[in-house]
Design a protein around this ligand. Structure first.
Ligand SMILES: *Cc1c(COP(=O)(O)O)cnc(C)c1O
Length: 391
């Protein structure tokens, strides 16, 4: 029996979470376990590329394993500077600023840009880091219906004319895989004298003519003044960046607390990311391979009658509804050595629990066939359970 108040409090929260069927668990993956990964965000298959590991090791040998200090003290090295230059070039922006994680990039950007008179407008399905960034910023924040430009314009029109306004959206929505209407958002923002911030965590490396993302060179800095990209997804390493004009980047260096008060990214990580950018440019066939896997998965899953969404990105959710159903499907796939994301509330709205299946250029045709066979098996298991339940 525990009597201490804190322990009781935590135990009550845990019991409540379990009773809701929402208890989350980590699984420790043994490095040699031969499992099929349809859950990660390694869209180009770069995370395991030996060239990145080699670049990381070389970077560590040359500069040391750690970042040593914050960027403003003595942690900013030429390898970071070079990476910032390459990211600016890739996205067609004057400058880019490296952050240690995407979560921090979003927190830091929103906190630095917002003052009490600022108004934020966020898509309802934005990533948690953007919503948390709004809280940290202290600025009033309104959420518009997902992808609904009319709703956004209505909210913009209602805000005080003199208030600096910032419209914020994911580029590719992380749990749905759909792509924001960047031109539409940019036009709405412009009409109301607002800035637009796009978090292209899942588009960078995958979309765009050169893997420059759903914003990139197609939408310049006038349309999207604040562009966030992350490096831990398609680029296979870790970290993130904010790209924009010189005034924006200078402002973030001065005022973004999650930038100022943290240790610089380990230089080996920056070196590995430079190697990833080289591969992105030199091997466009990775993106072509990914596109063909996406098309094939969609055709065959539709043939099975699976509940696909309108996504044409490597994020292919199957919205199954209630969380126990999702957990049952994920468990059946797990037993076959297949990992998929089982996504429940509060990550997605209640009643929209889903399998989040992600595709990667590293998948073989055979891998895809095993996934589809596993999904067909989940359907068959449900059908036979339903038949038994019918008297
Ligand atoms: C993953 C993700 C982040 C966070 O990036 P990390 O580098 O993993 O912290 C931010 N925004 C979106 C949309 C993401 O999917």
């Amino acid at each position: 029996m525990t009597t201490d108040r804190w322990t009781q409090r935590l135990a009550a929260r845990a019991a409540e979470r379990r009773a809701q069927g929402l208890w989350r668990q980590r699984r420790t993956l043994a490095s040699r376990a031969p499992r099929l990964d349809f859950a990660g965000n390694d869209y180009l298959g770069l995370a395991g590329d030996p060239r990145l590991a080699e670049a990381m090791a070389r970077g560590a040998r040359r500069f040391g394993a750690g970042g040593r200090a914050s960027h403003l003290v003595c942690g900013h090295r030429d390898v970071h500077e070079a990476l910032e230059g390459r990211l600016a070039e890739l996205t067609g922006r004057p400058r880019a600023l490296l952050f240690s994680t995407g979560y921090m990039a979003n927190l830091g950007t929103l906190q630095a840009l917002c003052e009490p008179d600022t108004r934020l407008f966020q898509d309802r399905l934005n990533h948690a880091s953007l919503l948390d960034g709004a809280t940290l910023s202290g600025a009033p924040s309104r959420r518009f219906h997902h992808g609904d430009l009319g709703d956004l314009e209505r909210l913009l029109a209602r805000a005080p004319a003199a208030a600096p306004k910032l419209v914020v959206s994911d580029g590719v929505f992380s749990m749905d895989g759909d792509v924001a209407d960047i031109s539409g958002l940019a036009a709405a923002a412009l009409r109301h004298d607002a800035w637009l911030m796009i978090d292209d965590a899942h588009g960078l490396g995958v979309l765009g003519e050169r893997g420059d993302g759903c914003v990139g060179r197609a939408h310049g800095v006038e349309e999207v003044p604040v562009l966030v990209g992350t490096l831990g997804k398609a680029l296979g390493t870790a970290g993130a960046f904010v790209a924009g004009n010189h005034k924006l980047v200078d402002h973030l260096i001065q005022f973004a607390r999650p930038y100022v008060y943290t240790t610089a990214q380990p230089p080996g990580v920056a070196a590995a990311t430079l190697a990833a950018l080289d591969i992105l440019a030199a091997e466009p066939e990775r993106r072509a391979r990914l596109a063909s896997l996406i098309a094939r998965f969609r055709t065959e899953a539709a043939g099975l009658g699976l509940p696909l969404t309108e996504s044409h990105t490597p994020i292919q959710p199957l919205v199954l509804g209630e969380s126990p159903r999702v957990m049952a499907w994920a468990a059946r796939l797990d037993a076959r050595g297949i990992d998929v994301g089982a996504i429940r509330e509060p990550t997605v709205p209640r009643g929209q629990a889903r399998l989040r299946i992600t595709l990667s250029a590293a998948h073989a045709d055979d891998d895809l066939e095993r996934l589809l066979a596993g999904l067909a098996d989940c359907q068959a298991a449900e059908a036979s359970a339903a038949a038994e339940a019918t008297p």
